[in-house]
Design a protein around this ligand. Structure first.
Ligand code: AMP
Ligand code: GLY
Length: 425
């Protein structure tokens, strides 16, 4: 089969790495890809927002199957357009991608279907939003409704902070048009985890749990990022918890979306708070997580590609996936300054040395080549150094030994990835 992957991050590198290894793959392209993806796929310079360019390329190259990595083209309707062009694709339609595209939709959807999540109000007018905050008190969470690259969420410790967040989002449009509507929710206490499942419109199969590290600094300090490291499985999501998550959250979501004429096909990524009352939904994403994908894919013993195709074809009921028991752990290396403005075009050496260990793979995100063929950093998150180990501690030690072989003065990483599973220090 001739496959096209859309995206350019570590997630798409992991997807390309697995798809390139599939015996079903005869040709693999990635739009636009990066320097690491170029090892697995032919990279084509088409941006993820150039939907017509992607369709035209898929037609010209007789692509059999398109795998869409990031949320923006899904929310913009890339899969609908591919369907209309008769090209099979992995990922939800725009009508189903609204689970990620609109937090307000998802909150109302959870209320309609009895899916446990934080109590909330939604507002298009700042006076009413502020009155709700005064009435609820703090801590309280203020969120921009639309896509804001993971940044449109403010956890306010005080009422004043929450009121300022309303002004920043609604009056100053700190997150652009994503702030035209805001959601204000109850602060949930507990341990955060992610859970992934494939859904083909009606049938669902669980993939696995994972934990991400969203803050930039050790000890979960500093600003939020796209994710500084992850591991899977996550001890907090044991088999009993996974069963509860499926029964209370994932299955009712897939059934509810089908009943509302928005059948969900693709990967459903539930961001969860594991609270004293059980798992509660923080938010949905309609794609693989980044860097969670980088730890799910290496654990999969089965071929990933047939699973993605079965998802698109409505054939998941017949699919059985096998997993390695090991823990996979990914340490993200980011450019100095990230998540603020960061250094660009700095040279990276030592990636081959890091990958000399059979238990290590380095997934690339913001990388490119300079005119001499040297590896350079061109993005915020740049590398995902991923290791497998018998235990979380072994995976962590192997990953950091590989990180220490990478010579990149322009970058940094957290040194405590995996602390919830292993303990600090
Ligand atoms: P989100 O973009 O919705 O995933 O939110 C970003 C982060 O804010 C989450 O990963 C949580 O750490 C935190 N968060 C969001 N909503 C809540 C909530 N209702 N209670 C507690 N923490 C939250
Ligand atoms: N790692 C968080 C995300 O992919 O949204």
């Amino acid at each position: 089969m001739r496959i096209l992957v859309v995206g350019s991050g570590g997630r798409e590198h992991a997807l390309c790495w697995a798809i390139a290894a599939s015996p079903l793959t005869t040709a693999l392209y990635c739009a636009p890809g990066n320097a690491g993806i170029a090892r697995e796929a032919r990279c084509v310079p088409i941006g993820i927002d150039d939907l017509d360019g992607i369709i035209a390329f898929a037609r010209e190259e007789n692509i059999d199957f398109v795998v869409v990595g990031p949320e923006a083209p899904l929310v913009a309707g890339l899969v609908d357009k591919l369907d209309a062009a008769g090209i099979k694709a992995f990922g939800p339609t725009a009508a189903a991608a609204v689970l990620e595209g609109s937090k307000a939709f998802t909150k109302d959807f959870c209320a309609r279907h009895g899916i446990p999540t934080a109590a909330y109000g939604r507002f298009t007018e700042s006076g009413a939003a502020k009155a709700y905050i005064e009435q609820q008190g703090a801590p309280i969470v203020v969120k921009a409704d639309g896509l804001a690259a993971g940044k449109g969420v403010i956890i306010a410790e005080t009422v004043d902070e929450a009121l300022a967040a309303v002004d920043a989002m609604m009056a100053d449009r700190a997150f652009g048009e994503a702030g035209a509507e805001i959601v204000i929710e109850e602060f949930m206490e507990g341990e955060e985890a992610s859970f992934f499942a494939l859904a083909d419109g009606t049938s669902v199969i669980p993939l696995a749990g994972a934990q991400d590290h969203k803050r930039v600094g050790d000890g979960d300090t500093g600003p939020n990022t796209g994710g500084m490291g992850a591991y899977s499985p996550a001890p907090v999501v044991d088999a009993a918890m996974a069963a509860r998550i499926m029964a209370r959250i994932i299955n009712p979501t897939v059934a509810g979306m089908a009943a509302e004429g928005r059948a969900f096909k693709g990967v459903l990524y539930a961001g969860l708070m594991i609270t004293a009352q059980g798992p509660r939904l923080i938010e949905y994403n309609v794609r693989f997580g980044d860097p969670e994908c980088q730890v799910l894919v290496p654990r999969l013993m089965s071929d990933l590609l047939p699973a993605l195709i079965a998802t698109a074809d409505g054939q998941l009921a017949h699919l059985h996936l096998r997993w390695h028991d090991e823990t996979a752990l990914c340490v993200v290396m980011a450019a100095n300054g990230y998540p603020g403005s960061y250094d660009k075009n700095t040279l990276i050496a030592g990636v081959e040395a890091a990958e000399a260990n059979d238990h290590v793979v380095v997934f690339h995100a913001g990388t490119s080549r300079d005119q001499n063929g040297g590896l350079i950093a061109i993005g915020g998150r740049v590398l995902g150094v991923t290791a497998l180990g018998e235990t979380p501690a072994e995976a962590r030690d192997t990953a950091y030994a590989a990180v220490d072989l990478i010579d990149w003065p322009g970058g940094f990483c957290r040194r405590d990835i995996g602390w919830r599973a292993i303990g600090r220090g």
